[in-house]
Design a protein around this ligand. Structure first.
Ligand SMILES: Cc1cc2nc3c(=O)[nH]c(=O)nc-3n(C[C@H](O)[C@H](O)[C@H](O)COP(=O)(O)OP(=O)(O)OC[C@H]3O[C@@H](n4cnc5c(N)ncnc54)[C@H](O)[C@@H]3O)c2cc1C
Length: 490
């Protein structure tokens, strides 16, 4: 379907400030990809609204012009979720950056969706509070993006992912109406549409205000850094610690490639260069509890064969141990500006098996793979490094990524942990779900968005994006009375 972009542009400028509409190609090119830089499409038109009512007017305008829309926060997503693949209006929330309300007696904060994750903790840390979900991209990614991807992070092992911390949402639905899901209370009487919306990757509408749960900053924090001669022993340490009932706030592993990459980037010798794997364990809570748990974890790492273990209590010492982990993606970027981040999940007990298989695949494909991952959650992030951006090389990289996900599924894992399905992984969804499962999910989507206005083509496999491969087409009943008919959707 061809759209009248000039007419839409004119209508949008009727109620948005001039700088809120971007129509020049050279300015739109900034938005031609998200963190998945391999896939690029320049949007035809973009808007930067500042309020919920502006978003609602934009979406109503889209409906009048029958132009679909794609929401975008900071564009750090790694699965092409904010990519405008088909002709659609890009709705960017980066001017929606106000903190709307702070309610410390009830430990909540309400923010616009463009607010950056780390700003929340910064806003309340002076009062002894913090916001727990901490993606490694937390200094740039938006809360709206976190909600849409149900993002995780280092501290999600103990405290849970974004969905455990979102109490309420204000949402502009795909027809332009404004609705609220959940609220400021921990329990609500309604159907949990808040839960349905979180992780829906922009396919059910645009979140325009988010009420989050705040936690009290822990009294005491300790970090252990254990180094191992093999990935198996590092994996065994993770297994032993969790099996003993110790719940660290975070447990992260870096492999030898990554250890050397971050040492080089930071110009330090923080992590032993000959180590096969380093394991970072953070424990938090009340002083006595943390001291006992740290001693216990220390012993268990020793039993698993740790070559050395460092213990950091002071904030500056803890920060030093974490700095390399937090710089991991940048360190790989220094070696190879082009890399592809995979995101799969495996049961913790299968970590070392799958990592050995990744190593074998990396040799077979002759593509280096660096590993840094949320070990406690079994959430792997193999980074596949490649140099040329020719189509052949990119296809080879994607094929290696797909083989890694097959290995994850083989041991009962998942094709995504926290980066979402987006455009990148929709064709793998069928490896995990039956046609009936997918159809049920699509019916939920259709209940929100019967005309396929919100982030079209994302998440679900379509014949156009994944080839026919015997896939059933999604059907929908539309119309009324004698005009009732069945149509193919998406
Ligand atoms: C270096 C690096 C490290 C990362 N580390 C982590 C990590 O540890 N954990 C993790 O989970 N992720 C991580 N990510 C991935 C990414 O940062 C997260 O997915 C993040 O939540 C995306 O936020 P964003 O604002 O950039 O969203 P975008 O990329 O702009 O959008 C992501 C998706 O959200 C939708 N969306 C955006 N805003 C809204 C809204 N207001 N309403 C509805 N839908 C919306 C978009 O349509 C898109 O589908 C990392 C990325 C990078 C580059």
């Amino acid at each position: 379907m061809t759209h009248d972009w000039a007419a839409l542009d004119r209508d949008l400028r009727g109620f948005l400030p001039p700088k809120a509409v971007v129509s020049k190609r050279q300015e739109l090119l900034v938005y031609d990809c998200d963190g998945l830089t391999m896939d690029r499409h320049c949007p035809p038109l973009a808007v930067l609204p500042e309020t919920t009512s502006q978003v609602a007017k934009v979406i109503s305008c889209c409906n009048r012009h029958q132009v679909p829309f794609v929401a975008r926060g900071s564009g750090t997503g790694l699965s092409g979720g904010a990519l405008v693949e088909t002709e659609a209006l890009l709705v960017i929330t980066s001017r929606m950056r106000s903190i709307l309300a702070v309610d410390l007696p009830n430990s909540t904060i309400t923010v616009q969706p463009g607010v950056i994750n780390s700003w929340i903790t910064r806003a309340v840390s002076g009062e002894g509070f913090y916001y727990a979900p901490d993606p490694s991209s937390q200094v740039v990614c938006s809360i709206g993006g976190n909600v849409a991807e149900n993002s995780g992070g280092v501290h999600c092992l103990k405290y849970g992912v974004t969905s455990n911390h979102v109490l309420g949402l204000e949402v502009v639905l795909p027809d332009g109406t404004i609705s609220s899901f959940g609220g400021g209370l921990a329990e609500m009487a309604e159907l949990d549409l808040r839960g349905v919306f979180i992780g829906s990757e922009g396919t059910l509408g645009i979140a325009t205000s988010v009420t989050l749960r705040l936690l009290r900053s822990p009294e005491h924090v300790t970090v252990l850094l254990a180094d191992f001669a093999s990935m198996e022993s590092a994996g065994e340490a993770v297994r032993k610690v969790t099996a003993a009932g110790v719940i660290p706030s975070g447990m992260e592993i870096m492999d030898n490639f990554m250890i050397n990459a971050v040492n080089d980037l930071l110009g330090v010798e923080e992590y032993p260069r000959d180590s096969a794997a380093v394991l970072l364990i953070e424990l938090d809570g009340q002083l006595a509890e943390v001291s006992a748990a740290t001693d216990h974890a220390f012993d268990l790492c020793n039993q698993a064969g740790a070559r050395s273990i460092r213990r950091a209590e002071k904030p500056e010492d803890r920060e030093r141990l974490w700095k390399g982990r937090k710089s991991a993606f940048a360190a790989v970027g220094q070696i190879s500006p082009t890399y592809y981040v995979q995101d799969g999940v495996v049961p913790r007990s299968s970590l070392s098996t799958v990592l050995s298989k990744i190593e074998r695949l990396s040799n077979e494909y002759e593509l280096p793979v660096a590993n840094v991952f949320h070990a406690g959650d079994g959430n792997l992030h193999p980074l596949i490094l490649y140099k040329s951006s020719s189509k052949d090389v990119e296809e080879k990289v994607k094929s290696l990524g797909a083989d890694i996900l097959r290995e994850c599924l083989e041991v009962g894992g998942s094709i995504t942990g926290e980066h979402g399905v987006g455009a990148d992984k929709r064709c793998y969804l069928e490896w995990m779900f039956s046609p009936e499962d997918l159809e049920t999910m699509n019916l939920v989507r259709l209940a929100f968005d019967p005309h396929g206005m919100a982030n079209p083509g994302k998440i679900f496999p379509t014949p156009r994006s994944c080839g026919e491969s015997g896939r059933r087409k999604m059907k929908m009943i539309v119309g009324e009375g004698e005009n009732i008919r069945e149509v193919d959707v998406f």
